[in-house]
Structure formats: structure tokens, C-alpha cells
Ligand binder design. Structure first.
Ligand code: FAD
Length: 197
């Protein structure tokens, strides 16, 4: 339960992205759980408890006028993407979207069922998985990191796309550099560092 002293406690205040499409009657966030005080407090919440939300903040948001989009995403950086993809699919928008989603293992892929469902229903949304740590069982998944050749293979026309990069800061910096080297205009690159991973 939230109380006034929690407001100033940095350990109990974290940035979280909305992970459900706008327009729902509830707000949803998704936290990758850890042993932190914040995660402990989340685990202890009961229905009816009060929490304090501040925001929304940030400017990495979907704009329907971006006709061709690519998401290059690591780990829990998927949270804003699932919200955007749900929105695009529910509204039947025809934006051409390719998601390349990196995790250590297939087991770590968050929202996999939802992503596969959206990709199967929408001809304009393609979802590709890549894992770093072990050979994938599934053919929809390749092995490796999001590096130049992996991006070139998954998104041949990356230079024509607005590219969103969300994930741990080290990964975001590396992918940003790769995209610039591949000729993506800097104005088309939109990044968000998920600090804490
Ligand atoms: C824009 C944005 C969106 C995010 N969205 C999500 C989301 O949807 N889901 C999700 O699970 N996580 C998200 N994060 C990350 C989240 O805010 C936490 O940092 C992360 O979940 C780790 O918190 P923790 O309590 O598990 O671990 P902690 O033990 O608190 O953090 C792990 C490490 O990260 C460091 N750290 C934590 N917060 C910060 C900070 N603000 N600045 C610098 N260092 C920090 C700590 O010092 C520690 O070393 C987002 C972060 C940002 C910036």
C-alpha cells in the first residue's frame, strides 16, 4: 500500500512503460521482477491497494504518419511496443511494421503469445525473434545479437523506416551506432534507455 513517505523513496519509484493499448478501461504496466525493494513491494500488493502514478512522460510514441516502422528491441524494452502493436492491430491501421526482438533465451521472450497472435492476424506487422545464449528450437527465431548483418537480414529496407530502439542502455547505444553506420537518418532514430538492466 502506498503511503506518503514512499513518494520520496527513490528505491520505490521506477519508470515503467504502459503495456496495453490506449483506450482500455484500465492502465497496465509490466515489471521484470527482481530482488529489489520495488519488486518486493509490487509482489505484496493486494487488490484494492492504492499506488501513485506520475506521468505520462517520454516522447518515443507512435505516430500514424510514420508509414514504415522498425522496432529493434531488447528484453523488457518490449513493453511500449506491445501497447503500440495492439493499438495498430485493433484499429486495423496499415502501417508497415517489422519488430526484431532480442532476448537471451526463448523462455525470456515476453508477450510471445500476444506478439504471435498480432503477427498472424495482421499482414502488415512482422515479428522476428533473436536469442543470444542458446540455439533456438523454433524456426521463427534466429541466434545471435542485433548487429549489422542481423538487422540487414531482418529489415532490408531499414533506411526507409522510422526506427525505435528500446532496451538496456548498452544495447541501445550499440544498435544506434549500427543503424547510423547503415545509413538510417539520425532524425528517424528514436531511442529509450531502460536504465536498471
Ligand atoms: C523510460 C523507461 C521505461 C521503463 N520501462 C520499464 C518497463 O516497462 N518494465 C520494467 O520492468 N522496467 C522498465 N524500466 C526500468 C525500470 O525503471 C527499473 O530501472 C528496472 O525495472 C530495474 O528496477 P528494479 O527495481 O528491478 O532493480 P534495482 O535493483 O532497483 O535496479 C537495478 C540497477 O539499476 C540501477 N537503477 C535503477 N533505477 C535507475 C535509474 N532511474 N537511473 C539509474 N540507475 C538506475 C540501480 O542502481 C541498480 O544498480 C524502464 C526504464 C525507463 C528509463
Amino acid at each position: 500500500m502506498f503511503n506518503e513517505s514512499d513518494r520520496k523513496d527513490r528505491c520505490l519509484n521506477k519508470y515503467l512503460s504502459f503495456s496495453a493499448a490506449p483506450g482500455k478501461e484500465y492502465v497496465e504496466v509490466t515489471k521484470r521482477m527482481s530482488e529489489s525493494a520495488f519488486s518486493g513491494r509490487l509482489r505484496s500488493l493486494k487488490p484494492g491497494d492504492r499506488v501513485l502514478l506520475k506521468g505520462p512522460l517520454g516522447n518515443c510514441v507512435f505516430d500514424e504518419r510514420y508509414r514504415k516502422i522498425s522496432f529493434l528491441i531488447g528484453g523488457i524494452g518490449i513493453t511500449p511496443v506491445i501497447s503500440i502493436l495492439e493499438y495498430v492491430a485493433q484499429r486495423g491501421l496499415d502501417n508497415d511494421i517489422v519488430l526484431l526482438y532480442s532476448n537471451r533465451t526463448e523462455e525470456e521472450i515476453a508477450f510471445r503469445k500476444e506478439l504471435d497472435r498480432i503477427a498472424a492476424l495482421s499482414g502488415n506487422i512482422k515479428v522476428k525473434y533473436i536469442v543470444t545464449d542458446c540455439e533456438p528450437r523454433d524456426r521463427s527465431c534466429s541466434m545471435g545479437r542485433i548487429d549489422g548483418p542481423a538487422v540487414e537480414k531482418a529489415v532490408q529496407d531499414i533506411r526507409e523506416r522510422v526506427v525505435f530502439v528500446f532496451g538496456p542502455p548498452g544495447m541501445v547505444d550499440a544498435i544506434k551506432k549500427i543503424c547510423l553506420e547503415m545509413g538510417v537518418p539520425s532524425g528517424n532514430l528514436k531511442t529509450e534507455n531502460f536504465v536498471g538492466y
